[in-house]
Design a binder for this molecule. Structure first.
Ligand code: GLC
Length: 529
């Protein structure tokens, strides 16, 4: 069970994030302010009121720094400036001020593990000889085999293909992601110091915190040994104990360093993107002097199955038990299929998504929503010729990548670009037939997904039923989950194919019609008991 936040002696304003609802803005796809078909800071600014009315507490904005966009901004050429496609520093400051004026905190993405190949540092490294200080900021090594023609080890890139690329002159450099994203070496003092400079740069502008990209990366094992493939499958362990690319002990020094900077700015926080499957290993990242929060991806990985969902919740709670951190629930993000689609798509996927958000928002701790969740956006299947994710090319066209979950958000109207942009030519195409999915159409419909989110967020923020940072499971019919929060909230989720009777209590909100005291299949209800 999570420790009760009421027992943590910190003023409320300082740990505002403990039970906050964050809204992830995938900047390219949220709102386009200048009509070039790509979302930007001005677009976010124009939709701040919508976000305040939705009832979220804070934003996380994905990278908006200068970038050649090999990985859509996660390849950062200058961590302390704004990419012209997205705006400029003045626009950023104005956005931050307006967000704060509406009571919204603003957090931004920090991408420490790698830079863009076009960052000045990497260009210097390419021009410098092996063994030079410029190369020491990255992970350059000699190759193996005759003439050093083989990569220094057998590591694969997360995006497919080898994790090494050879440069003119013969050395190889490491990139756990695309070749345009060379890994930085965090044993290099200059690299670490530069990260601190970046943190301070944005903190001085007033940001409330950071989402840390690949927070389980950054440290590499001494000698960069080969990974060992499993005997039965011949495959490498992916993000498990045998995956030497990630979750190395040295990474915690980096997190301690980040925390020390944040401690000098009370009220700021950091959440880590951590693909670490083992609960105990994951818990190490949220020790008192490291990250405030760790995304727990168990819920995002669970199928629509009562046992799987319950196990996901148990693991997430077990991870944070005994740490100062609350749990941090995620259903969707810009890297995984959206949950409407994961749960089967169509009307049934949408029904399940309605139920799932009542589960997510009833659980104790922090919730992260992904832009478009509140509209019930599904993934969109795209034709080959419009795919942009580097995974498509790097996998030799065997994996389609993540574009399907990154389609621009539909705001209004009945034809593309649905108010997302003044141009119909959006960076990823928007499908026909999305008129009913727009925020405008849904705002006018009390039964819509958007209305459900708004009501759920208002209740979560105002009802005493949500008090207390713990929960305990209640007995429930087969295929159902039921739990109670100390404030009196009872959440019942029915994943079974049959209707089930509801427990006693006053109905606060239901994802479906609950007349007659019965909860239909694929539905959830909040009761105050
Ligand atoms: C994280 C981001 C993902 C990006 C990768 C490399 O996983 O969420 O979008 O491609 O890091 O930076």
């Amino acid at each position: 069970m999570t420790p009760d936040p009421a027992s943590v002696p910190v003023p409320a304003a300082v740990d505002w994030w403990r039970d906050a609802v964050f809204y992830q803005v995938y900047i390219r796809s949220f709102a386009d302010g200048d009509g070039d078909g790509v979302g930007d800071l001005a677009g976010i600014r124009s939709r701040l009121r919508y976000l305040a009315e939705l009832g979220v507490d804070a934003l996380w904005i994905t990278p908006f720094y200068p970038s050649p966009m090999a990985d859509h901004g996660y390849d950062v050429a200058d961590p302390r400036d704004v990419e012209p496609v997205f705006g400029d520093l003045a626009e950023f400051d104005a956005l931050l001020e307006e967000a704060h004026g509406l009571g919204l905190r603003m957090t931004i993405d920090l991408v420490p593990n790698h830079s863009s190949h076009l960052r000045e540092w990497f260009q210097e490294a390419l021009a410098a000889p092996p063994g030079s200080p410029a190369r020491a900021r990255y992970v350059f090594r000699d190759g193996r085999g005759p003439g050093g023609g083989e990569p220094p080890n057998n590591w694969p890139s997360v995006f497919g293909g080898p994790a090494w690329t050879r440069v003119p002159g013969g050395q190889w450099y490491l990139h756990l992601f695309a070749a345009e994203q060379p890994d930085l070496d965090f044993t290099n003092r200059e690299v670490l110091a530069d990260l601190e400079t970046t943190l301070r740069f944005w903190l001085a502008r007033g940001v409330d915190g950071f989402r840390i990209d690949v927070a389980h990366g950054m440290a590499k094992p001494e000698g960069l040994p080969d990974m060992v493939a499993a005997e039965d499958t011949g495959l490498f362990d992916d993000h498990g104990p045998g995956d030497l690319r990630f979750d190395q002990d040295g990474v915690h020094d980096v997190h301690r360093r980040i925390r020390r900077v944040l401690e000098q700015h009370p009220g700021t926080m950091a959440v880590g993107e951590l693909w670490v499957h083992d609960d105990d290993r994951l818990a190490r990242y949220v020790r008192a002097d490291e990250l405030h929060l760790a995304f727990n991806f168990q819920l995002l990985l669970a199928d629509w199955d009562a046992e799987e969902l319950r196990t996901a919740v148990d693991h997430s709670l077990a991870t944070v038990a005994g740490t100062p951190a609350p749990a941090c629930w995620v259903l969707s993000n810009h890297d995984r299929p959206r949950h409407v689609t994961r749960y089967g798509g169509g009307a049934s996927g949408t029904r399940r998504a309605r139920a799932a958000v009542l589960l997510q928002l009833a659980l104790p701790g922090v919730a992260y929503l992904y832009n478009g969740d509140e509209l019930g956006m599904p993934d969109v299947e795209l034709p080959d010729e419009v795919l942009q994710d580097p995974i498509w090319e790097r996998s030799g066209h065997t994996e389609r990548g993540r574009d399907s979950c990154r389609i621009p958000v539909p705001w209004s109207g009945t034809a593309a670009a649905y108010g997302f942009s003044t141009s119909p030519d959006t960076w990823l195409p928007m499908p026909a037939g999305w008129g009913a999915l727009t925020a405008e159409a849904q705002a006018a419909d009390a039964g819509s997904m958007l209305s459900l989110y708004r009501t759920a967020l208002r209740l979560r923020a105002t009802s005493p039923a949500f008090g207390g940072g713990a929960m305990h499971w209640l007995p429930a019919p087969d295929g159902c989950l039921a739990f109670r929060r100390p404030g009196g909230l009872v959440c019942l989720l029915n994943v079974s194919p049959a209707p089930v009777p509801m427990p006693e209590g006053h109905v606060l909100l239901a994802s479906d019609d609950v007349c007659g005291g019965v909860l239909p299949p694929d539905a959830a209800v909040w009761l105050h008991a």
